[in-house]
Design a protein around this ligand. Structure first.
Ligand SMILES: *Cc1c(COP(=O)(O)O)cnc(C)c1O
Ligand SMILES: [Zn+2]
Length: 418
């Protein structure tokens, strides 16, 4: 376990002991999200990255020594993390790049990167004897909490999702047996309600950004990418951004590795937003401080990155700025087209929000944000089976045939295949 030295507010640098504050900075309110910081000198002296590589389990707990979790702590038994990193020469060739890797986090137990945050939050809940954990979600954080919660008999989960969430995501929650509230409103409405009910009932809030352990869970994806590349960071990492929590976690992971001296440089982080939900991209362009960002309506087919008031806005803006990165905005049409293109070039089937990262990579290359000789990692955050309706909409084809061989032959001929 990494002993927590302090929780530090992203807005004012306010410092707290771990038992002094649970969620955000009391002085700066909800925008004052907290960094969990360790005694890096002590970790540096006591840890050996090569031993960790050789002995660690094939899941995110291989980094327990860099996580705020005692070594005897129980963790959810499902295999979260250590997802595959594929080199993709076809994407590289299609985009005119030398080397491209795809990190497939859709391969997590409930199908998205959100499992990483839910796993750590649930492990903390177990350690503290907490019985009820709750979150609002566009769907994936909820599925992650519900699924991993189902693997732990002593924990109940309560989920608030927009009633309009994709059917597969809602089905997943119900199948896992979470208490599900279908909110007749947006994700942000569900979020505000969840904070209020957690406060009122004393439930543990897993809500993204607000709970600082979500960042620590998500950072494990960066640790894995670095390790899978032989303890090196790629030059550029491209990923989609809604609330900004994943990009914050990725940044924290690479920051921790830099502080330990395990990698030599920080990759540039390119955050991809949907044009219709681009609060962070636009704040970045305008040089707006996180405190000056206010909630506004958004609309995109990529439900996982629809966020009216990005909850991790302070950490996300800092991640892009201090890594020398950028934001790009992609249209819904480009996101839809990216689903089959990404799948056909890599074999990885991504939900709209994850395919958005591929659309963003194309745009970043076209607009010369990325040079041909730079190595690029594309983070695929969620499985394509999460939203079959959009997937089906993104492709035509399929030949209807009568059940006889002559009809099959004829159909193949008409398609020019015979
Ligand atoms: C949550 C999510 C994102 C965006 O992450 P944020 O932390 O909200 O920025 C992207 N893709 C998928 C599949 C997600 O579930
Ligand atoms: Zn503060």
């Amino acid at each position: 376990m990494a002993a927590i030295r302090e929780l530090r507010c992203v807005i004012g640098g306010c410092q707290y002991a771990v038992d002094e504050v649970r969620y955000t900075c009391p002085l700066h309110g909800e925008v004052g999200t907290l960094d969990i910081l360790y005694d890096y000198a002590a970790l540096r002296a006591s840890l050996d990255r090569d031993a960790l590589t050789a002995e660690g389990p094939d899941n995110c707990w291989r980094y327990q020594a860099l996580l705020p979790l005692a070594s005897e702590s129980r963790t959810p038994p499902l295999a979260v993390g250590w997802t595959p990193l594929y080199e993709s020469p076809r994407i590289a060739a299609a985009l005119g790049l030398e080397r491209v890797w795809v990190k497939d986090d859709g391969a997590n137990p409930t199908g998205s990167l959100k499992d990483r945050a839910s796993a750590l939050v649930l492990a903390r809940a177990l350690a503290e004897g907490i019985k009820v954990v709750s979150t609002a979600s566009t769907g994936n954080a909820a599925a992650a909490l519900a699924g991993l919660g189902a693997s732990l008999p002593e924990i109940d989960t309560v989920i608030l999702v927009p009633a309009a969430a994709p059917a597969a995501k809602v089905a997943q929650l119900l199948v896992y047996g979470a208490q599900v509230l279908l909110v007749d409103g947006s994700y942000d409405d569900a979020f505000e309600l969840c904070l209020a009910i957690c406060d009122e009932q004393g439930w543990y809030s897993r809500n993204t950004g607000v709970n600082p352990f979500t960042t620590e869970g998500k950072k494990t994806v960066a640790l894995e990418i670095a390790e899978q590349l032989g303890w090196k960071a790629p030059d550029v990492l491209v990923l989609s951004v809604g609330d900004g929590s994943i990009i914050s976690g990725v940044h924290k992971g690479f920051c921790d590795l830099m502080r330990l001296g395990w990698i030599e440089r920080m990759p540039r982080l390119i955050g991809v937003q949907a044009e219709g939900s681009a609060v962070l991209a636009e704040a970045f362009e305008a040089g707006l401080a996180p405190q000056a960002i206010s909630r506004r309506p958004v609309a995109t087919i990529a439900d996982s990155i629809a966020s009216e008031l990005p909850r991790d806005r302070a950490k996300a803006l800092r991640a892009v700025e201090t890594s020398g990165g950028a934001f790009v905005k992609v249209s819904d049409a480009a996101i839809l087209a990216a689903i089959p293109k990404f799948a056909q070039l890599s074999g990885v089937f991504a939900e709209p929000a994850a395919a958005a990262a591929f659309a963003g990579l194309q745009l970043a290359v076209q607009s010369k944000m990325i040079r041909a000789d730079e190595s690029v990692c594309l983070l695929s955050t969620g499985n394509g089976l999460k939203d079959i309706a959009r997937a089906r909409e993104s492709v035509g084809g399929g030949l209807p045939v009568a059940p006889d061989i002559a009809a099959v032959r004829q159909a193949l001929e008409s398609a020019g295949l015979l």
